[in-house]
Structure formats: structure tokens, C-alpha cells
Design a protein around this ligand. Structure first.
Ligand code: HAM
Length: 422
């Protein structure tokens, strides 16, 4: 027997896992619809060029890409945002703005599989395109918070950490740091909350920065809150946008779920203003969700700047958190009716009843090859049947069928015409 044919980092979606995922997807979908978002999807294959242009180096390193039989360089989608930008640009001028779309795509990234990270995952995407007001950013965050709340999590379980890319870049602009170093600084800032201070110190020392620039990095890292003078004195487009965003968050009653965190910068190149990530409070896991504003991503397709913001929330970290807190419904197979027959003489009427019940949306099963009724009853219990209909020759001859309530054990005779209406 060969048992080594599984691809690394991929899951087999057995019914039990599929039931858990469907529970998560249903809550995601319901939450998005409640905010008026419309569902869409793109293809799983895109040109490699799309990600080279749009996502930046980090994602391109993680791509599954190949040359197809026609010599085209293609990639399996690692995320949906470039596809969304490509799709929206084709219809942007014709459709109602802002565009509010959501999707639950399957994505693939060639990452090192580890806790919370796989090579294939599902990612809930919410995006608002064509609106620059921070209320849109706040609404995107509200959808993320509501989906987690609707899955049973509370403010004690997770936190939304928010920053603004424009605020970070205008803070560092005054220090005349060259572009190569500024990206390294962003990386150090991003890592600062995950590593000991000594590692951050060493990373800062390893850059060729002058003492004023080094002071700047430490000054930045010391900002703790948007009420700090060091923050308020900034008075930049980014800092003002953060202030308005937090005002909106307050008006939405989400202040217990959100904090300002200057170390959030995000790996993807396309983000411009607001950036945010959601973590479980213990911070032992990687981010549950990441998103923000990407006002320049559509420019290349449309020739003009179009404001946009959104997020991606994966199923893997979230699934582990929900599992550990017992928030995923227990898996058990159940059906509404099991149909048992004494002999194959009753098969015809039994199948007609099955068909009528199924048309009514009931889940119905029976055995394919006839068995003693005792065995059929045992099968009905195993399948978690709520009711059993027993078709016997005497009853059927009189236009009747026996109904057994599997919860109470009660048996009653019913008219067959109650079940077959044609
Ligand atoms: P991202 O931060 O690359 O953003 O991914 C968002 C979320 O997807 C992560 O927080 C994580 O939950 C999940 N995720 C990413 N990679 C993996 C993986 N290898 N295994 C399991 N889960 C993973 C984006 O993808 C942006 N396109 C999100 C966005 C939409 N921004 C605006 N609109």
C-alpha cells in the first residue's frame, strides 16, 4: 500500500473537517451579507505577471508558479486582492460605487507549513472600493470583528491592532533614510513585537544609520498611544486619518476590540493608509486576519487613483482558536427519516415516499439491499435518524405506514397519502 502520496502542506477535507469549515464559511457569508456585501470569485490561476506587479517580493517568493503547455507563465493564486483589482478595473466605470464585494477563495502559498500556516487555505475577503472616508475602513474592521463575534469569540479572545502606512512613512521622511534601509526598518518594526528587545537592538545596529536616524527608530517604537504627545505632534495626513478612524471605531462601539499599534506595517507592498492585523490575545498564533487601505493598486489598470480597503481572514489560525475554545459545533451525522421495509414488495412505495420527503427538503436514507428489520433499525440509530417509517405488507395494503419517533420510541400508524402527494 502506498501512503506517501499526500502533497506537503495540503489538507484532505474529510466530512468532519468540511463540516467545521462550512460552519465558519456560513458565519462569514452571513456577516458579509448583513453589511450589504455581494459575493464574487476569480479564477484560481492568474498570470505570474499580476503578482509581480501587485503583491511585492514577499508573495512572489511564496508562489506556486509554472509554465503551461502554451508557454504562458502562470501562478496559483496566493491571495485575491490583485485579482479583485483586475476584475474591478474592467467594470469600475459602469457600476455603482462604492463597490462592496466579498469572497471565500481557496489560496495557495509555498510557505513552510507550521502551526496556523499551510500551503492551501481558505481566506475570507472583504473589500470596499471607491470610498476614501475612514468610515469605510472602520466598516471593514467592523465586519472582521462581527464575524469573530458571530463565531463565539469575545473581546477577551482577540484584538485588532491598527496603524497607518502614511503615518509611518511621513514619520521617517524627515530622517532622510534611503529606500533600501527604510524597508529594512519596516521589517524591524514589524518584528519588534515578536522578538526580544536585544534582537531589535541588534537589527537596528546592523543598519548603516547615523545617530539621528537611530534615535528616530527608537522614538517611533516608543509611541504607545494616539493620545501621546509624540503622536499628536505629528499632525500628518496619516496621523489625522488614524484619529478619525479611531473616532469612527468609538462611534461603532468597537473601542474594546481595537488598539493603535505602531509595529503593524504589513508585508504586502500595496498598502497605503490604514493597516491592521487581528491576533488572539495570547499572541501565541500568527495573525487571524490582515488588511488595510490600498489606494494605489487600481491605478495601474485604470490610470487613476481609486480608494480601496479590505481584509483577508484565513481559516487555519481561526479554526485552531475556535477548536481550542470548543466553539466549533460537534460533528455528528444526522438525518430526518430512515425508511425501513419488511420485503422488497414495499420497495416501490418506499422509494416514492423517499422522493416526496426529499423534495420537501428532508434528509432521507434507507438500505440498498434488503435486511432484517432489526438490522435496519440499528442502521437508523447509527445514522442519527429522527424518525423511521416502517413499510410492512399489511400496512401498505391498507394505505398505511408505521412511524417510529426515535426520541420517544413511540409508534403510530400514518396514512401513506400524508407522504405521497402525487
Ligand atoms: P495576508 O496578510 O497575506 O493579506 O493574509 C491575510 C490572512 O490570510 C492571514 O492573516 C492569515 O489568516 C491567512 N493566511 C495567509 N497565508 C496563510 C497560510 N499560508 N496559511 C494559512 N493562512 C494564511 C492578504 O492576503 C491580503 N490580500 C488581504 C487583503 C484583502 N487586503 C485587502 N484586501
Amino acid at each position: 500500500m502506498r501512503d506517501n502520496l499526500n502533497v506537503k502542506g495540503m489538507r484532505d477535507y474529510y466530512p468532519e473537517l468540511m463540516a467545521k469549515l462550512n460552519h465558519i464559511f456560513n458565519v462569514w457569508r452571513k456577516t458579509a451579507l448583513a453589511y450589504g456585501f455581494e459575493e464574487y470569485d476569480g479564477p484560481i490561476l492568474e498570470t505570474l505577471e499580476l503578482y509581480r506587479l501587485k503583491s511585492g517580493d514577499e508573495i512572489v517568493k511564496q508562489l506556486y508558479n509554472f509554465t503551461d503547455k502554451g508557454g504562458r507563465e502562470l501562478a496559483l493564486r496566493p491571495e485575491l486582492t490583485p485579482t479583485l483589482a483586475r476584475m474591478v478595473s474592467k467594470v469600475y466605470n459602469e457600476i455603482q460605487k462604492p463597490i462592496k464585494w466579498f469572497s471565500i477563495p481557496r489560496c495557495l502559498r509555498y510557505e513552510k507549513p507550521q502551526k496556523g500556516r499551510l500551503r492551501e487555505f481558505f481566506q475570507f475577503n472583504i473589500d470596499i472600493i471607491g470610498e476614501k472616508d475612514e468610515l469605510a475602513d472602520a466598516e471593514v474592521i467592523a465586519v472582521a470583528v462581527d464575524s469573530l463575534k458571530n463565531l463565539g469569540l469575545t473581546a477577551n479572545d482577540f484584538i485588532v491592532k491598527i496603524n497607518n502606512r502614511d503615518f509611518v512613512s511621513s514619520f521617517f521622511n524627515r530622517y532622510n533614510i534611503d529606500e533600501k534601509n527604510i524597508f529594512k526598518i519596516y521589517k524591524i518594526i514589524d518584528n519588534a513585537r515578536k522578538v526580544p528587545q536585544s534582537v531589535t537592538d541588534e537589527a537596528i545596529r546592523s543598519l548603516s544609520l547615523n545617530s539621528e536616524q537611530i534615535d528616530g527608530v527608537y522614538k517611533y517604537l516608543s509611541i504607545r498611544s494616539i493620545d501621546d504627545d509624540s503622536f499628536l505632534n505629528e499632525n500628518s495626513e496619516g496621523s489625522n486619518s488614524l484619529l478619525r478612524l479611531f473616532e469612527m471605531i468609538g462611534k461603532m462601539g468597537l473601542e474594546n476590540y481595537c488598539i493603535f499599534d505602531p509595529t503593524i506595517v504589513r508585508g504586502l507592498d500595496y498598502y497605503t493608509g490604514t493597516v491592521f492585523e487581528i491576533y488572539d490575545r495570547s499572541e501565541k498564533m500568527r495573525a487571524i486576519c490582515g488588511g488595510g487601505r490600498y489606494n494605489r493598486l487600481l491605478q495601474e489598470f485604470l490610470g487613476k487613483e481609486v480608494p480601496a480597503c479590505g481584509f483577508g481572514m484565513g481559516d487555519v489560525v481561526l479554526g485552531e482558536i475556535l477548536d481550542s475554545k470548543g466553539l466549533l459545533p460537534p460533528y455528528s451525522k444526522s438525518i430526518d427519516y430512515f425508511l425501513a421495509r419488511i420485503s422488497d414488495e414495499e420497495l416501490g412505495i418506499m422509494l416514492r415516499v423517499a422522493s416526496a420527503l426529499r423534495r420537501d427538503g428532508k434528509r432521507v436514507e434507507y438500505v440498498y439491499r434488503n435486511q432484517p428489520v432489526k438490522k435496519q433499525m440499528a442502521k437508523a440509530s447509527k445514522l442519527g435518524a429522527r424518525y423511521v417509517l416502517i413499510f410492512g405488507p399489511d400496512e401498505v395494503r391498507n394505505g398505511m405506514v408505521k412511524l417510529k419517533d426515535m426520541e420517544t420510541g413511540e409508534e403510530t400508524l400514518k396514512e401513506l397519502s400524508e407522504y405521497v402527494r402525487d
